[in-house]
Design a binder for this molecule. Structure first.
Ligand code: B12
Ligand code: SF4
Ligand code: SF4
Length: 394
């Protein structure tokens, strides 16, 4: 039986997230059998291109629409204005890209092997940087591979409409991945896979091909566990499947631009860029595998450097060493702000106090305020030796 493609109309380019534009309707339709074969090939090609898994789903996200509305109504998105600014595109993929019929959802593992996460978290003089951010930024890499996947499909079926997305577009990525059979949304709100845990990125290829869809994951395997919420330093997982971003260290250290509310500073500990605690504790992550991508391996020893050393990076060094890294997102002031919080929580030592002192006059109110807070933390510690250390150096 022949299935006709729907034409994939040209969408207006948006400077925010559009790189690939949609192509013409394909020259000839494919039979159901051919589409079945194509779907199997797509999975194979996705693996060859470095994705660990791929699944295909339709575009009906009505089940998730209400969850998203509830989340926004509670203001859990805080200052994440992009979560509200695209109307219904986020749960209507065909509004984001008219003509979309199917979405190929992919995952790519990012955890570098042996980064001793717990050990670093337990060493308060060290900086803990989220494991996704130790190497090169994933956006370009994944989008490029997805585009290669699109081109490979094109070589086999002729012109068709496709567009690649990863993270930065109004797309409900976890919901799509769950529907495509890649795993379930866990109580920590991340997508979990029973064979691979959650240390992976998600990406999508929107297409106008009427491909056969995969079985969605309909069961959660969290059971009675709620360890992620118990371990969360700032109680951001307010109930199962509900995360108040305003309390999440990832939001506080990466997304929020101003002052970090004092109520969270002690709990942040040495986490200076993002947080992984709700993944480290998750029992399913014992099935995760180290990434095969050398781009995601740590650069500049970011997996095990002292807070004080990072705090003393000049702006030039910061810009040079974080070129092409997700860490750029905080900007240099945000970097100093976060490190000041970490140093405020570090054990008192001359090195820590000297480092903080050196930034007391840094030309940014936010940085200065966080440095003063950090010095106050050390001053407040009862050890009289510490008191004199701080008084002398202030
Ligand atoms: C906004 C955002 C954030 C925000 C808010 C997080 C959040 N939970 O929404 C902040 C800045 C806090 C954040 C943090 C992180 N993020 Co983030 N983030 C996103 C982004 C851009 C949108 C997520 C979204 O749509 N949120 C909206 C809310 C409503 O969704 P939700 O909380 O997941 O709720 C869903 C379900 O829980 C369910 N639901 C809600 N309520 C209920 C109630 C019941 C009873 C039920 C059954 C279901 C249910 O329905 C909702 C809609 O699908 C996505 C990329 C994308 N475009 O999708 C990346 C993304 C989710 N982030 C990612 C990552 C890696 C992280 C961090 C690990 C980074 C870090 N190490 O610091 C942390 C993890 C924090 C955590 N536990 O989630 C990955 C996750 C990969 C994966 N395995 O799931 C994504 C997919 C990016 C990517 N392309 O890889 N992130
Ligand atoms: S990333 Fe950290 S702060 Fe955010 S929910 Fe998970 S454990 Fe809590
Ligand atoms: S820690 Fe437990 S409850 Fe949380 S996501 Fe993992 S399995 Fe689910």
């Amino acid at each position: 039986m022949l299935t006709l493609y729907l034409p994939y109309t040209q969408v207006k380019e948006s400077p925010n997230y559009s790189e690939e534009c949609l192509t013409q309707p394909p020259s000839q339709p494919l039979s159901e059998q051919a589409l079945e074969r194509l779907a199997a090939d797509i999975r194979l090609w996705a693996r060859e291109l470095g994705f660990q898994d791929a699944g295909i789903t339709d575009i009906d996200l009505s089940e998730h629409e209400q969850h998203l509305h509830n989340w926004l109504a509670k203001n859990f998105h805080g200052e994440l204005d992009y979560m509200t600014s695209h109307g219904d595109m986020r749960f209507r993929p065909d509004k984001l890209v008219p003509g979309t019929l199917r979405i190929i959802s992919v995952r790519m593992d990012y955890l570098p092997g042996d980064t001793q996460m717990v050990k670093i978290l337990q060493q308060p003089e060290k900086a803990y940087i989220s494991r996704y951010a130790l190497g090169r930024d994933y956006h370009k890499l994944i989008r490029k591979r997805l585009t290669q996947l699109g081109k490979r499909i094109e070589e086999h079926v002729g012109q068709f409409g496709y567009r690649a997305f990863v993270d930065s577009a109004p797309v409900l990525e976890k919901a799509l991945a769950e529907k495509a059979g890649l795993g379930w949304i866990g109580k920590n709100t991340l997508l979990l896979n029973s064979k691979a845990g959650s240390w992976f990125f998600l990406g999508e290829l929107f297409t106008d091909l009427p491909l056969p869809v995969d079985q969605p994951q309909t069961t959660s395997h969290c059971g009675s566990c709620f360890s992620c919420a118990k371990v969360c330093p700032t109680d951001a997982i307010v109930s199962p499947y509900q995360l108040d971003a305003r309390r999440c260290i990832s939001y506080l250290t990466i997304e929020q631009k101003g002052s970090i509310p004092e109520e969270f500073r002690t709990a942040i500990g040495n986490r200076v860029f993002g947080c992984d605690d709700c993944q480290i504790i998750c029992p399913w992550n014992k099935f995760s595998k180290p990434t095969a991508e050398t781009d995601f391996l740590p650069r500049h020893k970011l997996d095990s450097t002292d807070l004080a050393d990072l705090f003393l990076w000049t702006e030039e060094a910061f810009l040079e060493r974080t070129a092409g890294s997700p860490i750029r997102r905080t900007g240099y002031k945000g970097w100093l702000r976060n490190l000041a919080v970490g140093l405020g929580n570090a054990p008192t030592s001359k090195r820590v106090i000297d480092a903080l002192q050196s930034r007391l006059d840094y030309p940014s109110d936010i940085v200065q305020e966080h440095v003063r807070w950090a010095l106050d933390q050390h001053a407040a510690k009862s050890d009289p030796d510490n008191q004199s250390l701080i008084k002398c150096s202030r």
